[in-house]
Design a protein around this ligand. Structure first.
Ligand SMILES: Cc1ncc(COP(=O)(O)O)c(C=O)c1O
Length: 447
C-alpha cells in the first residue's frame, strides 16, 4: 500500500482556530497527489497552500499515476498501425490498459471496454447503442439525463422517474415504471454528484433484470471511492471518467455487454473502425465491413495517454485498497459533517432520508450568502477551492429547494484534516461575522 509522504498543506496560524485544530488528531493524505504543495494568492497579499476541496469535479492526479504517464510519454509512437518498436510498445500499452480497467471493475471477459473522452461521451455512446426506451431518475447529473432525452428515430425514449424522499420508495417507483411498459435500460447514477449519497446498485440491477431491462451505472462519482464489481453487482454497462479517479484529464470508459456495441453502427466512422472498405459500384460506404468489439466505436487515433492514465489510476486505487480509501474518507467526512453542524446557518443537502452511505461530497448552503459569494470568499481570503452552482444537476437543485445553486466541498486521497479544518474555520468566521472580509461581502455578495 502507498503510504503518505506527501507535502501537507499547512494553514496559516491566523486562519486555523485552536478550537478545531486541537480537538482531533491530524489525518494525513492517503497518497501523494500532484499539486499538493501548490501555493495560491490570497487577498491579504501573500500566498498560502491551496486547499483543494473540489475532488468531485476533477481529482488531482496521484503522483504514481503522473509518473507512469510521464514514462509512457517517453516511449510514445503511433498506435495500432506502425511496425516500429515504439509503435508496438504503444499499441501493447493501449490494449493492456483495457484489461487493467476490466480487472479493476471486475468486468466479464467478453465485455467490450471502449475508451471515450469522459463519462459524458461514454453515456452518449451508450445512448447510441441502446435499442429502446430508457428509464432514468430526475436526480441525475445532466450527463446521464440530457443524452437520453435527445430524440432518436423521431421520438424521446427517456422515461424520467421522480426520485422519492427515500431510497426505498424510489426503488418502488422505478420498479413500477419498468413494469408499466418494457424498457431496454435503466440508467442510474451510483453516487450523487451533489450530495454524495450512494445508491444500492445491486438492488437496482435486480429490479431492472426482473423486468427484462439492462442497467447502466454512471460511476463517475463512485469508482474512485468504493469497490465496484460489474459481475457481482449485476451491472450491464458502466461509465466513468479518468479525471475524477486520480488520472489526468482526457479519457473515460464505457464497459459492458458486447452485443449492443456490435449491433450498433460505429459511433464514429473512420480509420481504425473498419475491417474492409470497398466503394466499387456503390455511391456510399455500404460496402464497408466494420470491426466488432471496442475498435468499432474508436475510429481515429485514440487517446493512448488517456487510456494509460486511467489504467494506472485503476492500478493505483487497487493498490491503495477499498478499505483504506473508505476509512480515509469516512474520517474526513465525519470531521467535516461534525464541523458543519456546529456552524450557524449551514444547511446540508440530502436527497434521501434513508441513505446510509456517502462518498466524500458535502453539498450545503449558508443562510444569507449566495453560493458564489461563499466560494469566492473561500478562494480569495483563504486559498480554498470548492465548487458552487448547480453542479450540472439543475432538476435536482430545484427539487432540493435551491434553484440558485449551492456550495459543494469534496475530498479524496490527497486531502488532509488541515484542508477540512481550514474550510470549517473559514465558514465559521463567515457565519459569525468575524472575518475581516465581511464588509466587502456585505457590499458585493449577499444572497
Ligand atoms: C455523476 C456524474 N456523472 C457524469 C459526470 C460527467 O463527467 P465528465 O464531465 O467527466 O464527462 C459527472 C461530472 O461531474 C458526474 O458527477
Amino acid at each position: 500500500m502507498l503510504s503518505a509522504p506527501v507535502a501537507t498543506v499547512r494553514p496559516t496560524p491566523a486562519v486555523v482556530s485552536a478550537a478545531i485544530a486541537d480537538r482531533a488528531p491530524f489525518i494525513p493524505a492517503l497518497a501523494p497527489v500532484v499539486g499538493a504543495d501548490a501555493q495560491v494568492p490570497v487577498a491579504a497579499g501573500h500566498r498560502v497552500g491551496y486547499a483543494n476541496l473540489d475532488y468531485a469535479a476533477s481529482a488531482p492526479a496521484l503522483a504514481s499515476v503522473a509518473a507512469q504517464v510521464a514514462g509512457a510519454l517517453g516511449e510514445y509512437a503511433s498506435v495500432h498501425r506502425g511496425a516500429g518498436h515504439l509503435s508496438q510498445v504503444t499499441t501493447r500499452r493501449y490494449e493492456a490498459a483495457r484489461e487493467t480497467v476490466r480487472g479493476f471493475v471486475r468486468g466479464r471477459v467478453d465485455d467490450s471496454v471502449v475508451f471515450t473522452r469522459n463519462t459524458t461521451d461514454a453515456i452518449n455512446l451508450a445512448v447510441h447503442i441502446t435499442p429502446g426506451d430508457v428509464v432514468v431518475l430526475d436526480i441525475e447529473h445532466h450527463a446521464n439525463l440530457l443524452p437520453w432525452c435527445a430524440p432518436k428515430d423521431g421520438r424521446n425514449r427517456a422515461r424520467v422517474v421522480t426520485a422519492r424522499a427515500t431510497i426505498e420508495d424510489t426503488l418502488v417507483a422505478i420498479e413500477a415504471e419498468l413494469a408499466s411498459e418494457p424498457a431496454s435500460l435503466l440508467a442510474v447514477t451510483a453516487a450523487s454528484n451533489v450530495t454524495g449519497e450512494v445508491l444500492p446498485i445491486s438492488r437496482l440491477a435486480s429490479i431492472a433484470h426482473r423486468h427484462g431491462a439492462r442497467i447502466l451505472v454512471d460511476a463517475a462519482q463512485l469508482v474512485a471511492h468504493r469497490p465496484i464489481s460489474i459481475v457481482s453487482h449485476g451491472i450491464d454497462y458502466l461509465a466513468f471518467s479518468g479525471h475524477k479517479a486520480y488520472a489526468p484529464f482526457g479519457a473515460g470508459v464505457l464497459i459492458g455487454r458486447s452485443d449492443w456495441f456490435d449491433a450498433a453502427d460505429p459511433y464514429l466512422a473512420g480509420g481504425g473502425a473498419t475491417a474492409d472498405v470497398d466503394l466499387r459500384g456503390d455511391e456510399n460506404s455500404a460496402g464497408t465491413t466494420w470491426h466488432t468489439g471496442a475498435a468499432r466505436h474508436e475510429a481515429g487515433s485514440p487517446n493512448v495517454l488517456g487510456a494509460v492514465s486511467i489504467a494506472e489510476a485503476c492500478a493505483a486505487l487497487a493498490e491503495l485498497g477499498p478499505e483504506a480509501i473508505g476509512l480515509h474518507e469516512l474520517e474526513l467526512g465525519e470531521r467535516l459533517d461534525a464541523g458543519l453542524a456546529r456552524i450557524d446557518g449551514v444547511r446540508p443537502l440530502q436527497i434521501f432520508t434513508d441513505s446510509t452511505d456517502r462518498v466524500g461530497i458535502a453539498g450545503f448552503t449558508i443562510d444569507g450568502f449566495a453560493p458564489r459569494a461563499v466560494a469566492e470568499y473561500l478562494s480569495s481570503e483563504h486559498g480554498i477551492g470548492v465548487r458552487d452552482g448547480k453542479f450540472c444537476a439543475h432538476p435536482l437543485l430545484k427539487r432540493l429547494g435551491h434553484p440558485e445553486g449551492a456550495v459543494r466541498a469534496s475530498f479524496g486521497a490527497g486531502t488532509t484534516s488541515d484542508d477540512v479544518d481550514r474550510l470549517l474555520n473559514a465558514l465559521g468566521a463567515l457565519s459569525a461575522g468575524t472575518t475581516t472580509a465581511r464588509p466587502e461581502l456585505d457590499e458585493g455578495y449577499p444572497a
